[in-house]
Design a protein around this ligand. Structure first.
Ligand code: SAH
Length: 492
């Protein structure tokens, strides 16, 4: 066992490598009730409090149903008097306004960016979209164990960094703030670690920033000796917390731990489709009946440069069979920023998302109320996301800095398993009610399982669906720290 895993081992009194062992140990037949309630992050620490937070249901939706109509007429003859029904939302009016003003369609990336993060009406900007009452559920909301295990990862890295007294811990797109809260609470016994942390939340949504402030139990306190200056601290550990809208705004100069969970999938992508004249960018236009529709643009667009770059990195045989390709220039740029920061300041980044370790073809999807919906239907009322191209992240990182090394991706199941989630779930199971045990086991399955939970005896439509192999974990670390846990243990 490596020394850097010593603390995580202490946390869970052991270290399991394989996930299935848990199900051999706990093959008892429980009736798993419907997990309705939210993860309210009740107080618990890795060691002192093994109490369980309730989890949430996640419906497994059907396949996307977006229609693709390829029609170039709208490009050259935009409707002169586009009829705008009064029921159009402000965002829809805004999007149609851009298209009309330009006299032509916008890229899917621009559409996605406006839909998700338009400062006034973007999907994320004014509401809490997570959980069973929202549109989709994420791993930190499924189980407290997720944030706790990320805490183990961060602490292992901090040990590899030589236990520095001051560390920036940055979360990109923290949602409700649940992951960071569970991380801090879980690590609370390790004061030297928690006292070193300067928390930076990179979040574009003012509404979610406020929610994160609450979740982290933040308070504003006067800075001693200065007139009227305040700083915000989290009552979980006394760590200072600040908010930014981009990673560039986070002050540099300290070793840095970056966490990006389900962040890259929200970055805007461009789609290209193979046509007789070569790759053509798929765009969003307004049809004569005033609805949105997809069109192909015959002439090259600026995004072709990102496509050419992605092409260079891809295996020819992978590209040859594709009819469509997605590229994410914003993801490439962000990876550059991450790699440069980690390369100069030290530390590492952990990226967990659903995606592929190769070129992504056609993955853009819209989710509303836990169901897939048409991408163009009532934009702003559904989440848009795309598979993350991990191979592209690797190449972008390696291109940006010689001081970093990239590890993975490995499956989330492997990542959490190697970090010891089996011991964590077993510890929690020792000290909980039957109802909590049901929630714990279904949450555990959602995090590390694959497909339908074999132990489920409740209603079919509530069967927990495992996302352990659909989600992948990748680390970008400064070379001077060596291979990070648990990538140093994985077979991949
Ligand atoms: N990591 C969280 C939330 C994932 S959803 C979880 O796993 O639960 C994506 C998050 O990223 C939201 O908080 C959203 O507001 C934020 N976000 C999306 N695009 C962003 C951007 N361009 N800049 C900053 N934050 C962004």
């Amino acid at each position: 066992m490596l020394r850097r895993l010593a603390n995580s081992q202490a946390l869970f009194n052991g270290f399991h490598k394989t996930i299935p062992s848990l199900f051999n140990l706990h093959s008892h037949n429980r009736h798993f009730s419907s997990p309705e309630t939210q993860n309210n992050s009740t107080s618990s620490s890795f060691h002192e409090d093994n109490s369980v937070n309730p989890n949430e249901a996640n419906e497994e939706p059907s396949l996307p149903s977006a229609k693709l109509s390829i029609d170039r007429s709208g490009l050259f003859n935009p409707p002169e008097h586009s009829h705008e029904p009064s029921s159009d939302s402000e965002l829809v009016k805004h999007l149609k306004g851009i298209i009309k003003f330009r006299g032509g369609p916008i890229s899917i990336a621009e559409y996605m960016e406006e839909v998700l993060t338009n400062p006034k009406d973007g999907y994320y900007m004014n509401r809490d979209v997570f959980g069973s009452g929202g549109d989709f559920i994420t791993s930190p909301e499924v189980s407290q164990m997720f944030g706790e295990m990320i805490g183990v990862w961060a602490m292992c890295l901090w040990e590899q960094m030589g236990q520095p007294d001051n560390v920036n811990i940055v979360e990109l797109g923290p949602g409700r703030g649940t992951l960071m809260a569970d991380l801090l609470r879980g690590a609370s016994k390790f004061e030297k670690f928690t006292k070193s942390l300067h928390i930076h939340m990179v979040e574009c949504s003012p509404t979610l920033q406020k929610l994160q402030y609450k979740t982290l139990k933040c308070e504003d306190e006067d800075v001693s000796g200065s007139s009227g200056d305040k700083r915000t601290v989290s009552m979980f550990s006394g760590a200072p917390v600040s908010w930014h809208t981009t990673l560039e705004q986070v002050p540099s100069g300290l070793p840095t731990i970056i966490i990006a969970h389900e962040f890259f999938d929200a970055l805007p992508i461009h789609q290209f489709q193979k046509a007789s004249r070569g790759w053509s960018e798929k765009m969003v236009d307004v049809a004569d009946d005033s609805s949105f529709r997809f069109v192909l643009l015959p002439q090259p667009t600026p995004a072709i440069l990102s496509l050419m770059k992605r092409y260079k990195w891809a295996a020819k045989e992978d590209i040859a069979k594709l009819e469509q390709i997605e590229v994410c220039p914003k993801g490439m740029e962000l990876t550059h920023t991450i790699a440069k920061r980690i390369g100069s300041d030290g530390g590492g980044a952990l990226i967990i998302d659903y995606g592929l370790n190769k070129v992504v073809s056609d993955s853009l999807q819209a989710i509303r109320k836990h169901k897939f919906v048409d991408i163009l239907d009532n934009p702003g009322s559904a989440d848009l996301s795309a598979y993350v191209d991990f191979a592209s992240i690797r190449h972008s990182a390696e291109e940006a800095s010689e001081n970093i090394a990239v590890y993975g991706p490995i499956s989330q199941s492997q990542f959490l398993g190697l970090l010891g989630i089996n011991f964590r779930v077993e510890a929690l199971m020792q000290n909980c009610t039957d109802e909590q045990a049901d929630l714990l086991m279904s949450g555990y399955w959602r995090l590390v399982g694959e497909g339908e939970a074999p132990f489920w005896e409740g209603p079919d439509d509530q069967t927990p669906i495992g996302m352990g192999t659909r989600y992948l974990a990748m680390a970008i670390v400064n070379k001077k720290q060596g291979a990070p846990a648990p990538f140093n243990e994985s077979q991949d």
